[in-house]
Design a binder for this molecule. Sequence first.
Ligand SMILES: [Zn+2]
Length: 423
Amino acid sequence: MRDDRWTRIEAGWLMDGSGAPPIRDAALLIQGRHIVEMGPAASVHRPGGLVTELLHPAATLLPGLVDPHFHAGYNGHVGMTQLEWPATLEYAAVCAGANAARSLSHGYTGVLDVGCRGQIAVATRDAIDRGVIPGPTMRASGQILASVGGPLDLWPPSFHVDPATRLAVTVTGVDEIVSVIRRQRGTGVDNIKVMVTASTVQATERGSSIAFTDDELRAATRAAHDNGLSAAAHAEGPEGVTAAVMAGFDTIQHASFVDDRTLDILEAHPRSTLVFTLGVYRSIIDRGPSVGYPEPARAHVIARWPEMLAGVLRAYDRGVPFAVGSDCGGAVHPHGLYAQEIVVLVRECGIPVEHAVRAATSTAAIAAGLDGAGRLQPGALADLVLVNGDLSVDPEHLLSRTQIERVLKSGVQVGGTSNDRPV
Ligand SMILES: [Zn+2]
């Protein structure tokens, strides 16, 4: 493939991922793998010679979307134990390949996998990088570090589940944590995931439920960073979020309840990025009964939903940057619903669509550790998506693959319904 080929795209609307308002009747010029120019169509030049022109006057052009809470290997479980049984590790690995391809076809060109059985995410990432399967640019985690007897220690001690096939690796104490992180580094992970708290959203009791000591959390981030890895915390309530931020985690995943004090701490520690995951809870409310989701847990989510929305709005109103991640993969919130995050931000939080898109592009790229992704700007890799219609009016279009007109990764079309592919 020649690297000097030109592609010029015209679109009815363009959002660059920065949060700036959409540009009407815009154009974007690509040479080879990179964006060279963009802006109002009349201002973007037409190079001489062979140029592929893609005209989409009724579509919105966005940066490739980024999901910083992805689980390639999750596929249809109801309840956490089904993540380890009866589906085999091999079945989960095959699903991971299919899910990687699916996310790309929905316009997601970058993801951070935040935990898998065995070494499925590393294998998926490598298969994508080697061109074996289509998929987004992926940063991979290994098994989730969880405390012995804690939220992801799913089986009674009399059950002997092969530790290598589990979702979590259970650890106690600084030495074990450091040892596991070094071992994961050896298997090729990019990120460490730590289950700092249980799920307070679905639990019937309230509590901070921090599963590790401060020393253990600090040891985890230090070992991750010393080994060149990022560190992600599953943390839901204000106490857990605060503990994770103070310990130096790069991403605070879920952060389902944040108060003003938590946001004060976040403002003082800009290294930590919030990754809200509202979509999965919206799905529990909307789709729970149809997939047999436990009704008491669903009722709990319904009761806490306004508080979750209020936390997001509190962060938004204070200008604390945040990303959104999908946590897709369970039966109640299957792969494909990644952009439900954007829809909830717009429809239920009343956030302007360009700011919702920012949370799923440029800020999501920072959270995912994908430097330079999530923005349409000269010099950036041409990862982008064209979705039918004016996204300000119809953000729901991102949920439907049939509304995705094109997905380009590094300047090459890799998905979408328009089949006049660039030459
Ligand atoms: Zn998750």
